[in-house]
Design a protein around this ligand. Structure first.
Ligand SMILES: Cc1ncc(COP(=O)(O)O)c(C=O)c1O
Length: 394
């Protein structure tokens, strides 16, 4: 009745929401720490950007736009990326997509077939392995080492590269760990990619949401290795529902031309990304407001509070987040023999306390025995959440 492609799709972040709804229907309050969407908490889309969206529709800009993106937006994105990261790209290197998610879909469609491989971090954002699988490819997890602040294990990457490897994916700050790759490790990955003549894909959706440490853009460290960057307006500009993102190609030696042309064909086949959101995105880039900085400040104190509480709970161990809005504590299942695995733990926690996290195994093999908790809610809610987790575990 239904294809393997569709049958095999799994997305723990949304799957757990089904259990949460059942809990809610039973009359219990649910605390949503499962979804990485700031806009459903007290982070609102800046008014001047919403205004630009409204003006675009009233001005009649409700038509199909260029499949590669509105030219002014491609030009603004190019300027923005050049300024932010000092990289040599032109507007021709920009493709506007319906969120980073569509960018990942396009790239994996363009790279993979029949058992081709892509190296992704482990633990990892599930969309990478879902789409790899969807296109008959294989996502191979390279280790992020929890004992070393979840830094990528370079030797593990080297061992996993073979003649089927099409790209290495970097995701920093990482979802679900919230940690940044250090500059040294990013450089080592680029060197390795250069050695084996494979491109690097860099998911930069959280690049503006970092706390104490400095973010390193991979393209700034590469002289000749092609880097494909993915970014968008969901998180830094608080417009998750608008589905607005882009791909940029940093390709100093023109090695991605065939891939780029193929992806442009796919973009034409889907007509275009949302027109009015593109006009609003132009405004967001031309007039950067204080919203990202204000969000980061608020998030930092929520991260501090959540981390402090987590550290005090026996049986949970947590690496602190450098950015994004996730903490990913390890559950000591020897301490808690009541639960066989992280999924049972997470579902039980939800049913007993109403606290909804995402089970770590939903982020791949390396996510086992963990739970992902966002620190997006306000401190009062977080206090209630951690009180409940504490009581549940004692
Ligand atoms: C690492 C990562 N990439 C991409 C996305 C999705 O981005 P977009 O809303 O632009 O599709 C998310 C959303 O949570 C994410 O965590």
């Amino acid at each position: 009745m239904v294809s393997r492609r569709v049958k095999d799709l799994e997305y723990a972040i949304r799957d757990i929401a089904v259990v949460a709804n059942q809990v809610k229907e039973s009359g219990k309050e649910v605390f949503h720490l499962n979804i990485g969407d700031p806009v459903i908490y007290d982070f609102k889309t800046p008014e001047y950007i919403s205004q630009a969206l409204a003006e675009a529709t009233f001005a009649g800009q409700n038509y199909y736009v260029d499949s590669l993106g509105v030219p002014e937006l491609r030009s603004e994105v190019c300027k923005y990326e050049r300024k932010k990261n000092n990289i040599d790209i032109t507007s021709e290197d920009i493709l506007i997509t319906s969120g980073v998610t569509e960018g990942i879909f396009f790239l994996l469609a363009g790279f993979l077939e029949d058992g081709d491989e892509i190296l992704v971090p482990g633990p990892t954002y599930p969309v990478y392995f879902n789409y790899a699988n969807f296109f008959d490819g294989i996502s191979v997890e390279y280790e992020l080492d929890e004992d070393n602040h979840w830094e990528p294990n370079i030797e593990d990457i080297r061992e996993k590269i073979n003649n089927k490897t099409k790209a290495i994916l970097i995701s920093s700050p990482n979802n679900p760990t919230g940690t940044l790759y250090s500059k040294k490790k990013v450089k080592q990955i680029i060197n390795l990619a250069g050695e084996y003549d494979i491109p690097v894909i860099s998911d930069e959706i959280y690049d503006q949401i970092v706390f104490e440490k400095q973010y390193t853009c991979p393209a700034t460290l590469s002289s000749d290795v092609p880097i494909i960057g993915l970014n968008g307006f969901s998180k830094a500009h608080l417009a998750t529902g608008w589905r607005m993102g882009y791909i940029y190609y940093y390709d100093p030696e023109g090695r991605l031309t065939e891939l780029k042309n193929g992806i442009e064909k796919m973009a034409r086949a889907r007509l275009c990304a949302n027109s009015i959101a593109q006009f609003a995105a132009i405004e967001a880039l031309r007039n950067p407001g204080p919203h990202t900085e204000q969000m980061v400040q608020k998030l930092r104190s929520r991260r501090d509070y959540s981390y402090k509480r987590l550290r005090q709970i026996e049986g949970l161990q947590c690496v602190n987040a450098d950015g994004a809005f996730y903490l990913f504590p390890e559950i000591d299942l020897k301490e808690f023999p009541k639960w066989d695995n992280d999924k049972d733990f997470t579902i039980d926690l939800l049913k007993e306390t109403g606290v909804c996290g995402v089970y770590g195994s939903g982020f791949g093999e390396h996510g086992k025995n963990h739970i992902r908790l966002t620190f997006l809610p306000n401190e009062e809610t977080l206090k209630e959440v951690y009180n409940r987790i504490e009581t549940f575990l004692s």
